[in-house]
Design a protein around this ligand. Structure first.
Ligand SMILES: Cc1ncc(C[n+]2csc(CCOP(=O)(O)OP(=O)(O)O)c2C)c(N)n1
Ligand code: SF4
Length: 541
């Protein structure tokens, strides 16, 4: 019984990967964690440490593919924005050993800043995309995806969404394959994107589009059933097919159904569906990408009517569910017991004893006398400082944006320009922003809330643990403006004073607020089986 994410991981181990590269992010994290905890992966020396960000992860996976070995790279949807440069260009270079990018989207934004649909990126890069409809298909798709990747020498995207990644099902495994041996590309310039080479490679990528569409036509992942000529057709993508089946198991023969789990879209199958149906309902998990394409820009009065997200028959925002698919089919959903009133909706909150509490107590006190103070925050547990009782931070846009937004505000004359970032977010994409601030001598006070972990996604290692002061010195922050505080109630007065001193400084200063996340500390204690709870603090007092 595996989670969808775990099925992908097991599928990768069984398909002979030599390495998995990833930066954590819900709902993709469990794929890499599973490989990290797998005995088989350990025995087969499959590389699985966390990367510093999604771009470094993607490039390392590409480097492994360069050697002829199979590699997988995993991220959440917004992570693909970070890795986009490497990703799009890797479609032009192509790959050598099979490379699968697993991207886990989060429609309804259960734990994300947006609900962007990664299939857009797959289409943009002109590569095959596989979107499994259930966990077994997720497992099987990995092996098939590697075969496809090596056959066409292209990266393959495996796109999943929250419900598939985070729900369990029984999985039937296949016999494990051995890893590829090192074998370099026969074209010594394959990975060289100087324009003269890039133009030829891009031309080759365009030429592959026909064969890729043929591949989708014959793929067992895409299935057409004409059950009722002239009846209603349903074009169901990915997990949308699963929800459709939940609703029409007894009445399946009344519908013409096209299940799509592999792109590019198979034109003939789609035409067959439309030719045999009086109207077509489109169920896409994510944006109405293919609905828009099939409707066309100009209304064609003769075309088969389409229902979907764009005319409101399917909800325009948020994830598909068995219930909203039932409503779109004009069916009543099976009555489910409502939620009792006693179950109150709770906003997320920081754990009791979390170091971020003490930091925000001190920060609010240090800014209490500042009229209209604003604080630029970033993404992590510390973003919860935006909520009561602290209401301490005013912006959270994307990983790393705290520093650069504070820099922009400082450049505009705003004082004090304060940024709060976590240690993992700082190494993910804050370092370059700090370098900009140093080079421009912008008056920014950067607070790095260093809890020695990537807490929000479950406590993965943080790339800069034990190195943050050295990194800041290396970037050029003056050593006497790199201050360390220990966020504890007993240090409140001292910490407020340090914060105020640095807010008054006209230049770049960094405050390292160092105390380990208590959840990580508890896990560490269990592993180390120590009785004493050592408070692991920053070394740079
Ligand atoms: C581009 C991108 N990748 C990954 C994530 C998922 N994510 C949210 S916060 C976070 C890191 C949090 O770690 P840290 O900055 O150390 O703060 P903490 O949670 O430990 O307080 C991650 C990986 C994301 N939101 N965006
Ligand atoms: S997981 Fe760690 S960092 Fe996050 S709120 Fe809890 S104690 Fe704080």
């Amino acid at each position: 019984m595996l989670l969808g994410a775990e099925a992908i991981a097991q599928g990768a181990i069984d398909a002979g990967i030599s390495g998995i590269y990833a930066y954590p992010g819900t709902p993709s994290t469990e794929i890499t964690t599973y490989v990290q905890n797998s005995k088989e992966a350990e025995e087969n020396k499959i590389r699985s440490n966390w990367s510093t960000n999604e771009k470094t992860a993607y490039e390392a996976a590409l480097g492994m593919s360069f050697t002829g070995k199979r590699s997988m790279v995993c991220m959440k949807h917004v992570g693909l924005n970070v890795a986009a440069d490497a990703f799009i260009n890797s479609a032009v270079t192509g790959v050598n050993g099979g490379l699968i990018l697993v991207v886990a989207d989060d429609p309804s934004m259960h734990s994300s800043q947006n609900e962007q649909d990664s299939r857009f990126f797959g289409k943009f890069a002109l590569i095959p995309v596989i979107e499994p409809s259930n966990q077994q298909e997720a497992y099987d798709s990995v092996r098939y995806g590697f075969e496809l990747s090596e056959k066409y020498q292209l990266p393959v995207m495996l796109r999943v969404t929250t419900r598939l990644s985070h729900s369990r099902s029984g999985i039937e495994r296949k016999k494990a394959l051995p890893q590829n041996k090192i074998s370099l590309s026969s074209d010594p310039m394959q990975f060289m994107l100087l324009p003269a080479y890039a133009r030829k490679k891009y031309h080759k990528l365009i030429e592959l589009q026909g064969p890729l569409e043929d591949e989708s036509e014959s793929s067992s992942l895409n299935k057409l059933e004409i059950n009722n000529v002239g009846g209603t057709g349903v074009l169901a993508f990915g997990i949308g097919f699963n929800y459709l089946m939940e609703n029409i198991s007894a009445t399946r023969s009344a519908y013409n159904i096209l299940k799509i789990s592999q792109y590019p879209l198979p034109r003939n199958k789609v035409e067959e569906l439309f030719k045999n149906s009086s109207k077509v309902l489109i169920l896409e998990e994510g944006y109405p990408i293919y609905e828009e394409l099939l409707r066309g820009f100009l209304k064609n009065e003769k075309s088969v009517p389409i229902d979907g997200r764009l005319n409101g028959v399917v909800v325009r925002e948020g994830e598909l569910t068995p219930d909203n698919v039932a409503a779109a089919l004009g069916k009543k959903s099976a009555s489910v017991k409502g939620i009792d009133d006693v179950v109150a909706n709770r906003p997320p909150s920081l754990c009791q004893g979390c170091s971020h509490h003490d930091l925000y107590e001190a920060l609010n006190a240090a800014l209490a006398d500042v009229e209209n103070s604003q604080v630029f925050a970033d993404i992590g547990c510390y973003t919860l400082g935006a909520l009561p009782p602290y209401n301490a931070v005013n912006a959270c846009v994307d990983m790393g944006a705290s520093i650069t937004m504070a820099k922009g505000a400082a450049d505009a004359g705003f004082r004090p320009a304060v940024a709060v970032i976590g240690d993992s977010t700082f190494t993910h994409s804050g370092i370059t922003g700090l370098l900009d601030a140093v080079n421009d001598k912008s008056s920014v006070t950067l607070i790095i809330s260093d809890n020695s972990t990537t807490a929000m996604t479950g406590g993965q290692n943080s790339a800069g643990t034990g190195k943050l002061a050295e990194i800041c010195i290396g970037i050029g922050v003056e050593e006497n403006h790199i201050r360390t505080i220990e966020p504890l109630a007993k240090n409140f007065e001292k910490n407020v004073a340090i914060l105020r001193e640095e807010f008054a400084y006209e230049g770049v200063s960094v405050i390292l607020s160092c105390r380990e996340c208590i959840q990580t500390q508890l896990r560490r204690k269990k592993v180390e089986k120590k009785d004493d709870l050592l408070i692991r603090n920053c070394k740079h007092e």
